[in-house]
Each structure stands twice: as C-alpha cells, then as structure tokens.
Design a protein around this ligand. Sequence first.
Ligand SMILES: *Cc1c(COP(=O)(O)O)cnc(C)c1O
Length: 482
Amino acid sequence: MKVIFEKSVPGRRGVRPARQEGCPPPEIGPRLLRDRPAELPELSELDVVRHFTELSRRNFGVDNGFYPLGSCTMKYNPKMAEQIAGYAGFSSLHPLLPQLPRGEMLVQGALAVLYEIDLALREICGMAAFTLQPLAGAHGELTGAMIIAAYHRDRGHRRTTILIPDSAHGTNPASAAIAGFEVQVIPSDSSGYMDVEALRAALSERVAGLMLTNPNTLGLFDPHIRQIADLVHSVDGLMYYDGANLNPLLGRCRPGDMGFDIVHVNLHKTFATPHGGGGPGAGPVGVGEKLVKYLPISLVGERPDGSDFLDDDRPSSIGYIAPFYGNFGILLRAYAYLLALGREGLRRVADNATLNANYVSEKLRPHYDLPYGGICKHECVFSARRQAEHGVRALDVAKALIDRGFHPPTVYFPLTVPEAMMIEPTETESKETLDAFIEAMIEIARLAETKPQEITRCPTTTVVGRLDEARAARQPDLASLK
Ligand SMILES: *Cc1c(COP(=O)(O)O)cnc(C)c1O
C-alpha cells in the first residue's frame, strides 16, 4: 500500500464549498501568512476517503472484534458517551474562560461535571477527594508517589523505599522510581497472593508505602488485604491502590474500606472511555482525609450558593501535574457512562465482568493449564506450558487467534506465570462472542497437539506476518507496508 504522499498528483483537489456571498475573507496579518505553500499531498476527496478507510481496515480495535487484553480492560466505548462529549456547550469551551458565578453560566456546567465526577468516584472508592488531572493510570501512579513523598517530608520522615509485589504491572516500579524512590519487590506465595511473611520482613522505617492492585494481575482478590494494610500502616507507610482492576469491585467493595490511602482510577478501563494509542486517557487520583491537602492544583470546590469554582489556594499541594483540568473530554465521557449506569448498573458491570471471566476460565480449564485455579474476578491467567511441550508457545497461540478474528490476550504477563495468557473478557461481551472465542482457543489447543506447525506459522491473514520486533522498533520503515 502506498503512503498518502505517493498518491499525490499536483493540482488535484478535494471539494471546497464556495465562500458565502457577503462573507469577507478572514483577516490574517502578513506576519502569519506562509511564504510558500504547505507540503501537503494533493488528492481528491474520494482518494482521501479510500486511503483512510483502507488503513482503518488494517487495524484491529474493540469496534471490529473481541479484544480480551488482560489487565488493560479493553471494553466497548458506548456511542452515547461520544455523543454527549460532542455537545457544543462542552466541546467549544476554552479552558481560560472566566469562572463566572451561577446565573452567568459560561463554564459552570463544565465545573459541575468535574465536581460531580469527584463526588461519584469518592463514593465508589471510599476516598475523601479526587484530582481529575492525571492523564493516564501511570501518570496517576506518579502523582500518588509524589503525594507519598510529600506526606513523609511533612512528617520529617526519611523514607526511601516503595514495596511492590512481583506480580505488579511495570508502570508501578517505574512510577515509584521516577518519584525518587527505591523499589523493593515482595514475592508472591504459592497461591498467587502477596507473601505476608515476606512483607513483614521487609517493613522498616525506610518504607514509604506499598503499591498494590486488588484483585491482583492474576485476577485474584487478596483475602489478606486488611492484614497487609495494617502491617504497612504500623510503620506509617501508605497504601497505594492501582485501580486498573477496579472493574469487578464497582458497587461491591471499596479500596478505602480495604485500608488504601491513595487510589488511581483508569477511566479508559473501568469507565469505558477510549484508550487511543497511549492517550488521551485519564487517571484520577483519590486520597484519604489526611492527604487531601497534597492533591494537585486545582481542585473543584463548591460555593455556598451552589456554584463551583477552581480552588488554587492550596499551599501544601504538590503543584500542577497536568495542564488545566486534565482530559476534560474523557472525563465527560466517563461521567456520562456513570450516570447512564447508575448505582445498580455499576454493580452489574462488576458482576458480569466477573461472571464472564469465570465462564471463560471454566470452559478453557480442561485445555490449558490454569496455574492459580479457583474463582477469579474479572480476568484469568492461563499458561501455554502444556502446548509448549509440542513447540507451541503463548506467542503462537496469540498469532493463531489473530487469524481467527480475535485480538490476542495479554501474553507473558504477569511475569510470575510462565507462558502466561491473561484473558479479560469484560462485561460488554455477549455469550455468543465468548463462545466463539472459547471454540477458537479449544481448536488451537487441539492443533497444538496434532499439527503444531499449523499454529506456529500464524498469522497468515494479516498484512504483515511476524516482525523482527527489535528491528521494527530500532529501524522503523513506516513507508513500506506493502
Ligand atoms: C493499565 C495498567 C496500568 C497503567 O495504566 P495506564 O492508564 O495504561 O497508564 C497500571 N497497572 C495495571 C495493573 C494496569 O493494567
């Protein structure tokens, strides 16, 4: 396929509506005018439509198939939320508009949205206040780690270390390190939970806090969570909750009640906003009462007359961590999703996410190893160990799924499971879709034993086959996707 510049023909143009009679051309000062034409491809409208439609067909997204990527929660993004985010009253706002009081509206509606998301997240997570600014889960982790640092600094503590389990997502140690902490890894026990004795042994006056996700990356809810929180608090460490796995807890239990002091929520996971190529995401961070004063500037406050305002007068704050108020359009979509579902709907999200994962887990258990068995929450982690004896590895299973029209699950994560395949169906999929996926996985397991080369030669239906991934990253050739 040619890149768009190769399709360019000098002088070819798209359709441009004629300027309306009596409408003067915009006045642009000479200083702002180009002195030579922009180097843009020249194409007809039809060429452009075909080019981008063809490109989109080579992509795989949640809009064209099942996407059971574990941990990342790739669920459907409802069009209802897109429509609301497109309302001109929101989409045409400028972040520097003055915050006039109620009655002189301008931005009161937007401020009310921010304020109400804050209230809803407080209730869902059991926290005292949220900042909506962080632009991703990982950015929320960094914000949280900075708050942990500020808390200990204020108390005159010298705390150097953040504890992280060996099953953690890679962003956890990365965020702690960027915030200036050393990372100490706590091993898991034979059931896949944090080894409480190892945690006890690691506790000291050096420990600033513990970062944990619960259910953990194996999809297992840690039954010792209260004990873990008590242990960490006994040395005045703080408990940080990685909210990437909040999905199965919605309306059922709250990180705050488990003993967590800080929480991030990935709106693009739990609240169905788009992920979009590394952004725009949103990772609001909530904290317990004693940490509210450290939250970033600005927080949305409410005046006695019911109008909302941005509160910048916060001397203990860690400061700005994102421009303006974060990804407002994403926050708005999450707000629409929250309101559409309501209290009962959110509970059904949690229940169906859990039901779907356990359905897949039960159906696939005879065909793939499930190293940590039992009831899972919203995701389950299989191992392709058995298939590997025939030369078919988790990566091969993933490629074979692509040929069958499914996005592969997360593979080789968490690191505690060899040949890991981490499946998160989410609550937005139908039983028919789950059954089709299960059937494909069973067929792949059968072929792995009988005709392994049928699996190891996949994918055969894609534009490119297996890439040399290191070379693709180091010497990318973006122009020759033939
Ligand atoms: C996705 C994820 C993160 C990071 O979140 P981003 O929004 O992608 O930055 C952290 N921890 C876990 C367990 C995750 O799944």
